[in-house]
Write a protein that binds this ligand. Structure first.
Ligand code: GTP
Ligand code: MG
Length: 370
């Protein structure tokens, strides 16, 4: 047929005609269920709500895509570990991260590194480590729920003068549930009342037994204040990563996680993402949750402009249509259309309630069809 009515289109798209009527209304066109649409008009609507057109992405495909897709073993190459620092309030997470940056970052800017992206990469003897700034437990859980763990290793900070505290236990539980390797950093050993053995003792209750006590967990005594033990900690991370044999295929379209995102007045949506697989390039089409777009620019943790980002690299990207949620998976796509369709399918799947709400508010069906 040359033309299709809104009613027919709505039936095909398995949605209420009011949604289409509302969309046209917003674009300045008054219509009813009987209004005839040209193919182009229908396609425009369909693109916006996904479905039809040449390539349809069924809803279950989203779940498929969100699952960890396996790459052939021969395509895998070594990648740096992604480490998150967790622990009880005031036990020294931030200080430890600062100390690590001072120890290992060679090309330091005067006045310290500007931390733009909530994550950064350091180099230790030519080996890289990505640190994620303590993600809130919520974000951590969200990422875990998506079956796409962001971290390989958790550094659990426990103050040697305070011992195991409620949030230490919470952190242990999170790390265990996410099945990440735990390294315990016993911090504040410079303090006179520091007691490393007490921390080791307390941790046995949670199944974390120090290697020198016959267990399998590395306990590294450190002082974020004096810098003592920081190199040991970094070496332990590298050794642990080697044992884990962390690998990813860098030669495929990128896939990763949104760590955080915000709307910047001048630059639009800005997303800090962690590339987990593949390589992300400037110019790539991507979707992240319900937003999509073309990567316009990429910046690393030191503010350097990048052309590409490889597995385990955290980067700030510009070019998305909307601000995605933290913990959302981002995916590279071959075409703009695919990225958009993916985002729209995602929107449909996750924001059905939102559309329902809009529908209820608009009640255009009532207005026009009776
Ligand atoms: P929250 O972000 O509030 O959970 O705290 P945090 O775990 O990031 O702790 P932070 O790094 O802010 O440190 C808390 C306090 O402990 C600060 O006053 C630090 O100066 C102090 N501190 C951290 N590490 C050390 C250490 O190794 N030795 C000593 N003596 N003090 C430390
Ligand atoms: Mg802190």
């Amino acid at each position: 047929p040359e033309k299709v009515s809104i009613k027919e289109l709505a039936e095909k798209m398995k949605m209420q005609p009011s949604v289409i009527i509302k969309k046209l209304f917003m674009a300045g066109q008054v219509s009813t269920v009987n209004t005839e649409l040209t193919y182009e008009e229908a396609e425009n609507i369909a693109i916006d709500y996904d479905i039809i057109c040449e390539k349809e992405i069924p809803v279950d495909v989203i779940e498929e895509l969100l699952k960890e897709d396996e790459d052939a073993p021969e395509t895998l190459k070594k990648r740096p570990p992604v480490v998150c620092v967790m622990g009880h309030v005031d036990h020294g997470k931030t200080s430890l991260l600062d100390a690590i940056r001072k120890t290992s970052v060679t090309d330091r800017e005067a006045g310290g590194i500007t931390q733009r992206i909530g994550a950064y990469m350091v180099s230790v003897n030519d080996q890289k480590i990505t640190f994620l700034d303590t993600p809130g437990h919520e974000a951590f859980t969200a990422m875990r729920m998506r079956g796409a763990n962001s971290t390989d290793i958790a550094v659990l900070v426990v103050a040697a003068d305070d011992g195991v505290m409620p949030q230490t236990i919470e952190a242990i539980n999170h790390a265990k549930a996410a099945e990440v390797e735990i390294i315990v950093a016993v911090n504040k050993i410079d303090k006179p009342n520091a007691n490393i053995d007490r921390v080791k003792q307390e941790m046995t209750e949670y199944g974390l037994i120090s290697t020198d006590w016959g267990g399998t967990t590395e306990f590294v005594p450190v002082s974020a204040k004096s810098g003592e033990g920081i190199e040991d900690l970094l070496e332990t991370i590298i050794l642990t990563a080697d044992i884990l044999e962390l690998k990813a295929n860098p030669d495929r379209e990128a896939r990763g996680l949104v760590l955080e995102a915000r709307l910047d007045k001048g630059r639009g949506p800005v997303a800090n993402v962690l590339v987990q697989k593949g390589t992300l390039h400037v110019g790539d089409f991507i979707s992240a949750g319900a937003s999509s777009g073309k990567v316009r620019a990429m910046v690393d943790d030191k503010g350097n402009k990048l052309k590409e980002a490889r597995p385990s690299q955290p980067v700030e990207i510009l070019g998305l249509s909307d601000v995605p949620n933290a913990g959302e998976v981002f995916l590279g796509h071959e075409t703009d259309k695919q990225a958009k369709q993916y985002a729209n399918t995602y929107l449909q799947q996750h924001k059905k309630d939102l559309i329902e709400e809009t529908k209820a508010k608009m009640s255009l069906d009532d207005l026009y069809s009776k």
